[in-house]
Design a protein around this ligand. Structure first.
Ligand SMILES: Nc1ncnc2c1ncn2[C@@H]1O[C@H](COP(=O)(O)OP(=O)(O)O)[C@@H](O)[C@H]1O
Ligand SMILES: [Mg+2]
Length: 364
């Protein structure tokens, strides 16, 4: 449904290395929820605005449903209004002097859709976002979440092939953001539209997306499903960006077909998840919730470690521990089912399939 290839954009042409986007390529399938995730300034908005036609890239190709809308090679630049897209921004900018219905009707008037067809699409969009009862209310007399829903209705009423969303929830408070996240996902599934979503929020990206492109310095560093990025990241950058991570320097002692023996500050450990090349500096990733307490078991044997509980952070549902193992400190997350106290001697098990070897420096 969307193909972006070799996208390059430089705002400051005087500086040769000032790329906002450097050679970004990805494909999005029909009906897919695709997310660009990365820290502020990594080029997410520039990529999205290029797809929309609000920025003209320096080079690359963009096609929507097989139709080229931008090609630096062929000199094609299809204007915004002629691209089959709808957009929702962070500042959802609804019209304050209009009612909810008038706001939603506005894009249709611009597209020349009117009469019974317009009415049907407006009522449908209002119903999808749950605002039918508020149709005649002046837009400013709505809560933040309702205003965000108006912005969504205004986008989906266009029935565009591709829906572009740039941090649409970041102006809402935490609770509403979580609720809208669920609504947004349901809504996208129901209308079956293709969505490109931009966010710097890892939780949002993981819970909404079919696939995520992790971006850094104007480039995609990894592109995969939320599960794969979280459980089997290939770089320290992604490992840190999509969740809590204990990263430790490690060296490969022995390499088997599906298993590595590693030397780490925790002692010798085995891993069954590692990149094919094993080139350059490597780090070992262990997620705090993947470490198991093994009560009553001896602290030797494969991937078993003896340690002492240094710190306990009780937050009700979850308990966070810092466990000192030799010279290293490990974060361990457990439920409140069985509690440890500071000073307790514990045995930890690090399952080899949750010991992930990634490329990069553990300390940077
Ligand atoms: N209109 C602009 N003029 C000059 N530089 C810009 C402009 N828009 C973005 N940039 C720069 O391009 C880079 C990428 O920005 P942006 O795409 O907005 O990142 P993100 O959305 O990931 O925060 C940043 O370094 C930003 O400062
Ligand atoms: Mg942005």
């Amino acid at each position: 449904m969307l193909t972006v290839s070799g996208l390059v954009k430089r705002y400051d042409t005087r500086r040769a290395d000032a790329f906002a986007v450097r050679a970004v390529s990805f494909d999005v399938a029909q009906g897919e929820f695709f997310t660009l995730l990365g820290p502020s300034g990594c080029g997410k908005t520039t990529t999205l605005r290029s797809v929309a036609g609000l920025e003209t890239p320096d080079s690359g190709e963009i096609a929507i449903d097989g139709v080229s809308v931008f090609s630096s090679a062929k000199g094609t630049v299809v204007p915004v209004a002629k691209r089959d897209i709808a957009m929702v921004f962070q500042s959802y900018a609804i019209w304050p002097h209009m009612t909810v219905r008038e706001n939603v009707a506005f894009p249709l008037e611009a597209m020349g859709v009117n009469g019974a067809e317009a009415k049907r699409r407006i009522e449908s969009a209002l119903s999808i976002v749950g605002l039918t009862a508020f149709a005649d209310r002046p837009a400013p007399m709505l809560s933040g979440g309702q205003q965000q829903r108006v912005a969504l209705a205004r986008a989906i009423v266009k029935q565009a092939k591709v829906l572009l969303l740039d941090e649409p929830l970041s102006n809402l408070d935490a609770k509403l953001r979580e609720q809208m996240r669920v609504e947004l996902r349901d809504l996208q599934r129901r209308i079956g539209t293709t969505a490109i979503y931009v966010t710097h929020d890892q939780d949002e990206a993981l819970s909404l997306s079919d696939r995520i492109a992790v971006m850094k310095d104007g480039a995609i560093v990894e592109l995969d499903t939320p599960q794969a990025l979280y459980l089997r990241p290939r770089t320290t950058f992604t490992a840190r960006f999509v969740g809590q991570a204990d990263l430790l320097p490690c060296t490969v002692v022995e390499r088997g077909a599906d298993r590595l023996a590693l030397d780490t500050p925790l002692g010798p450990l085995h891993s069954t998840v590692f990149p094919p090349g094993l080139d350059g500096t490597l780090a070992l990733l262990v997620r705090p919730e993947h470490i198991e307490f093994r009560d009553g078991e001896a602290a030797f044997g494969r991937n078993m470690l003896g340690g002492v509980v240094q710190r306990v952070l009780f937050s009700g549902r979850l308990v966070e521990y810092v466990v000192q193992v030799g010279a290293a400190a490990l974060r361990v997350q457990a439920t409140s089912r069985s509690l440890k106290a500071e000073g307790d001697r514990v045995t930890l098990h690090l399952p080899p399939e949750r010991c992930v070897v990634v490329a990069g420096d553990a300390d940077s």
